[in-house]
Design a protein around this ligand. Structure first.
Ligand code: ADP
Ligand code: MG
Length: 245
């Protein structure tokens, strides 16, 4: 029994001028699957993630999310984006809103929740990411790790089916990486569909169903972790792993 994919990426190309940031990228992701994407800087990892929720337009190919063509202008992108939570390297919290307001704004505005409902959801999520006591403070009062946990909770507040993470721990001091990865591991355990760009190979080994290696806008390898780390027939992959492991 194989479930049909919740994300279907087919022969996607994305150009910036002459540069092919994505070059014939195809990838299917099943509900509940955890896919980790690695690769050198500039290989197209962020562009791929951003194309999935149309933060980036594509030039060729198709991306279907939960049955809807993301890049078909007939489809309402806001409806599609509600299925897709995204977490960036640079937290991107609203600085002039409290933690709680950061979590309740979109559900009130976009999902029509009333204030009390939205607050109840937010408080539950803050508990889940371990910072219930920070509900009424402003983001600037939080450590990087706490801010990133708020950013994850904020994405979850929209009740997405899929979570996209773009190097969520790359901007953090080393001692804060673990607390963010722990939140992500819990989410994985609960069955969330996750696409994670990261250089945290321990996380990849533990959580990923599949690890994808990108280079020059292409997917060069796509393997289960065990095969991936013993993959010696891809010289570029081997070279990359030797550098980061
Ligand atoms: P990665 O996330 O793997 O580091 P990116 O997806 O950010 O790579 O970038 C892929 C390539 O596309 C890089 O060569 C980058 O310089 C280029 N690129 C990304 N965004 C833009 C942009 N807005 N304009 C021009 N070039 C871009
Ligand atoms: Mg990037």
């Amino acid at each position: 029994m194989t479930a049909s994919p919740i994300i279907e990426i087919k022969n996607v190309y994305k150009f910036f001028g002459d540069l092919a940031a994505l070059s014939d990228v195809s990838l299917d992701i099943k509900p509940g699957e955890k896919v980790v994407i690695i690769g050198p800087s500039g290989s197209g990892k962020s562009t791929l993630l951003r194309s999935i929720n149309r933060l980036e337009e594509i030039n060729k190919g198709t991306i279907i999310v939960d049955g809807l063509d993301v890049h078909d202008k007939e489809n309402d992108i806001n409806t599609i984006r509600q299925e897709l939570g995204m977490v960036f390297q640079s937290f991107n919290l609203f600085p002039h809103k409290t933690v709680l307001e950061n979590l309740t704004m979109a559900p009130i505005k976009l999902k029509g929740l009333d204030k009390e409902e939205a607050k109840a959801v937010a408080v539950d999520l803050l508990k889940k990411v371990g910072i219930r006591e920070k509900a009424n403070v402003y983001p600037s009062k939080l450590s990087g790790g706490q801010q990133q946990r708020v950013a994850i909770a904020r994405a979850l507040a929209m009740n997405p089916k899929i979570m996209l993470f773009d190097e969520p721990t790359s901007a953090l001091d080393p001692e804060m990486i673990g607390e963010v990865l722990d939140v992500m591991k819990n989410l994985a355990r609960e069955g969330m569909t996750m696409v994670v760009v990261t250089h945290e190979m321990g996380f990849a080994r533990e959580v990923a169903d599949r690890i994808i290696f990108m280079e020059d806008g292409r997917i060069i390898a796509s393997e289960a972790p065990e095969e991936f780390f013993s993959c010696t027939d891809h010289p570029r992959l081997k070279q990359f792993l030797d550098q980061i492991l």
